[in-house]
Design a protein around this ligand. Structure first.
Ligand code: NAD
Length: 337
């Protein structure tokens, strides 16, 4: 059977990227909507055939408890609201998919994990790249030493941010480019190595006279050292465009650009002096449908999601160490889960 999802927060990512994907899912369907804007409920309710009985706002949210058509709640709100709506969903007896970054602090992440555990509900974070075929291949190739044991990873993510949005409001975002887009460089370095960084060393550069950056940072560059000796150099930017990574081993490199986009990933591999593109067949499920189906399957089988709450927490612990390093001008250890 297909499990029912309630989508919470009918903004760009929910309506333009996620909701259109349910029609291709094998184990998931859209059964409910949550929004504070009645016009959005009317519009998307009609578009997706969701009856009025399955429309909620942020006050009636907890009443999802009484709706057996909702198995999973997908939180697609600004980062500062992830913890509250994840915890309330778990208390209403629902499994939770929560967007990245998991929350605005590691304390919030721990509270979310604890609430889902106490309610015996599953928690997954929306790290869609883990379900994208080129990224999956890059993980296999990097971890199996296809270009020799990995020595360095270089990862860069950024875009010039438009003014006047919640991403620039610290309370709602938890931080600047690092929280929103730099997290892709961080997460990639972690999934390509399969290791947890022991320390980070970071620098920040922000033009505080730019009205976009009154509350949050623009650019952060950082290095991470991993237990096996791998070094990662990462870029996060809200004023320049990047979407790539390179894994360099002793015999060559694996290049991805774009690396974590919604579509169009491109991979090149250099091995023993020869460079060639690697082209994969179009997958049956794209990264979005595979992500939605994965949590539904985990609920059906009892398995733990590939990208659990602990995975989101690990990124937040690294981000806290990166911010502390940039602030204090010294290398910082990453706290343990
Ligand atoms: P958005 O601004 O387009 O949508 C946010 C929605 O939250 C809006 O509909 C807004 O009305 C609603 N909202 C409810 N309470 C609010 C409040 N107090 N203040 C502001 N908005 C409020 O943002 P988005 O780009 O859809 O991002 C939403 C989440 O999805 C973020 O956590 C973001 O990091 C994540 N995201 C993930 C990806 C991905 O590829 N995985 C891509 C984009 C966004």
């Amino acid at each position: 059977r297909k499990l029912g999802y309630a989508v919470v927060g009918l903004g760009y990512y929910a309506t333009q990227q996620i909701m259109p994907q349910f029609k291709n899912c094998e184990f998931a369907k859209l059964t409910a909507l949550v929004s504070g804007t009645p016009e959005k409920l009317t519009r998307y309710g009609a578009e997706y055939g969701i009856p009025r009985t399955h429309w909620y706002d942020y006050q009636s949210y907890d009443r999802m408890r009484d709706n057996p058509d909702i198995d999973i709640v997908y939180v697609v709100l600004p980062n500062g609201l992830h913890a509250e709506y994840t915890i309330r969903a778990a208390r209403a007896g629902k499994h939770v998919m929560c967007e990245k970054p998991m929350a605005t602090s590691s304390d919030e992440c721990r509270a979310m994990i604890a609430a889902c555990k106490a309610a015996n509900r599953k928690l997954m974070i929306g790290y869609r790249s883990r379900f994208e075929p080129y990224n999956r291949l890059a993980i296999d190739l990097a971890r199996s030493g296809h270009v020799g044991p990995t020595r360095e990873i270089v990862a860069a993510h950024g875009f010039p941010i438009a003014p006047d949005q919640w991403r620039l409001d610290r309370e709602l975002s938890g931080g600047g480019s690092m929280m929103d887009i730099g997290i892709y460089s961080l997460n990639a370095a972690r999934y390509l190595t399969g290791e947890e960084p022991t320390y980070v060393s970071a620098s920040e550069s922000t033009d505080r006279s730019d009205p976009r950056f009154r509350e949050v940072e623009d650019r952060v560059n950082w290095e991470m050292a991993f237990p096996s000796g791998i070094l990662a150099s990462c870029v996060s930017s809200y004023s320049s465009a990047h979407n790539r990574y390179r894994v360099t081993g002793t015999k060559g490199w694996i290049d991805m650009e774009p690396a974590t986009s919604y579509a169009g990933q491109a991979m090149r591999i250099n091995r023993d002096g020869t460079t060639a593109p690697r082209v994969l067949p179009t997958p049956e499920k794209n990264q979005f449908t595979a992500q939605l189906d994965h949590l539904a399957q985990c609920v059906l089988t009892g398995d733990t999601p590939l990208v659990s709450g602990e995975e989101g927490l690990r990124d937040l612990l690294c981000i806290e160490a990166i911010y502390a390093s940039a602030r204090e001008g010294r290398r910082m250890e990453v706290a343990a889960v």
